[in-house]
Design a protein around this ligand. Structure first.
Ligand SMILES: Nc1nc2c(ncn2[C@@H]2O[C@H](COP(=O)(O)OP(=O)(O)OP(=O)(O)O)[C@@H](O)[C@H]2O)c(=O)[nH]1
Ligand SMILES: [Mg+2]
Length: 363
């Protein structure tokens, strides 16, 4: 999974990126404001830690997420202006976008638009993304028109039809994710890497004084953008970065004082999983390696097998499934078997978040 962090200048993108890297145990070799920063971050996972203590594997492999901290977008980026626009094509390769919005006041940190207004900033960046997509769609439409003059092939006509719908959508300032394409259309659109087709998490970077208080800006963002297929959350990235430097005990106490129930890292990761409709399952009973895997929430046991290896999907016989919560409650796989909480499932079994799976297959 690859997630792009975007936003206007000095909104806290790199502070967030550093927080994610720090918590996910990834050292960043490269750190730049003029080129994207990249890191593969391990997803800390309480359930995986528990399995590891139970199975004592030689190798422990957590799920990972690649984060890219993009160069700031500025007014005109959608038309190719500014440094940030140089990376739009790289931005088209991500699975989801985290859009960091400034909602903190600090006279020492200049604001690209003069003053703090997250709703205005969301619209501004959305417009640039729309314009960037519009350019791609218009270029392809012009090309298709030429090709169609040479002969009306059915596939081209269908593509033209779809892109015309996209064009109309973008002109109405609607993101392509709202188009609800059919699976076939989605496949076709994927090749274009349209930015407004990506799921987006709007992350409101709040000032410390707003922690635990009702925030009218958050409400306004929800009113304006929730219907646009975006997820919305708030976080004080700076405070989270400070907490991340503390020992676990001190961090716990500090969080309690502030009334924060969940860590910033956890909140962002959970939001990304929800945004992309992902769940986690585990393998490793009796093996060399205990591992966490991420799959789409609607995946079957067969697809889960395929996520591990195509051989397992091809030769699938059955899945032996238990649930983490039962294992935690009863303490051992033997106890689960005795209680009948360890089941045999077929190809079509719908995987659940927290399943512990052993795939039996023919080689
Ligand atoms: N007061 C305050 N300052 C913050 C907060 N978050 C980030 N900053 C400061 O804002 C400045 C910019 O933060 P960065 O994380 O570098 O922002 P950025 O979006 O990566 O900036 P560019 O890459 O230059 O566009 C830094 O001086 C941060 O310390 C916050 O929540 N409160
Ligand atoms: Mg930065």
């Amino acid at each position: 999974m690859r997630i792009g962090i975007i936003g206007l200048p000095a909104t806290g993108k790199t502070t967030l990126f550093d927080l994610l890297c720090h918590t996910g145990g990834s050292a960043v070799a490269h750190h730049s404001a003029v080129e994207p920063n990249m890191a593969v971050v391990k997803v800390p996972d309480r359930r995986l830690d528990f399995l590891s203590s139970l199975f004592a594997p030689k190798k422990l492999t957590p799920a990972t997420i690649e984060f890219i901290d993009f160069v700031a977008l500025t007014r005109g980026a959608g038309k190719g202006e500014g440094l940030g626009s140089r990376f739009l094509s790289q931005m088209r390769q991500v699975d989801a976008l985290v859009h960091v919005l400034r909602d903190f006041s600090d006279p020492n940190v200049a604001h690209a638009e003069g003053g703090v207004d997250a709703v205005r900033d969301t619209t501004l960046v959305n417009t640039e993304l729309l314009l960037a997509d519009l350019e791609i769609v218009e270029k392809r439409l012009a090309r298709l028109e030429l090709d169609l003059k040479k002969g009306a092939r059915e596939a081209l006509v269908r593509e033209m039809d779809l892109l015309k719908r996209c064009h109309a959508f973008l002109l109405e300032e609607m993101p392509i994710r709202r188009l609800s394409p059919t699976p076939e259309e989605e496949k076709l659109l994927r090749g274009f890497g349209l930015l407004t087709a990506r799921p987006v998490l709007l992350l409101l970077n709040i000032g410390e004084e707003k922690i635990g208080r009702a925030n009218p800006t958050l409400d306004r963002l929800r009113e304006s953008f929730a219907a646009m297929g975006t997820a919305i959350c708030q976080l004080s990235v700076k405070v989270e970065a400070e907490i991340a430097q503390l020992s676990p005990e001190d961090a716990g106490l500090f969080r309690q004082d502030l009334g924060l129930t969940e860590g910033g890292f956890g909140a962002v990761i959970r939001a990304c999983f929800d945004l992309l409709g992902l769940i986690t399952f585990y393998t490793g009973e009796g093996g060399e390696e205990t591992r966490a895997w991420t799959i789409p929430a609607n995946a079957t046991a067969l697809k889960a097998a395929g996520a591990i290896h195509s051989d397992l999907e091809r030769g699938f016989i059955r899945a032996e499934v238990a649930h983490f919560a039962d294992l935690e409650a009863h303490g051992s796989m033997a106890a689960l078997r005795k209680k009948g909480l360890h089941r045999v499932e077929g190809k079509e079994y719908q995987m659940q978040d927290g399943d512990l799976v052993l795939i039996r297959f023919n080689v």
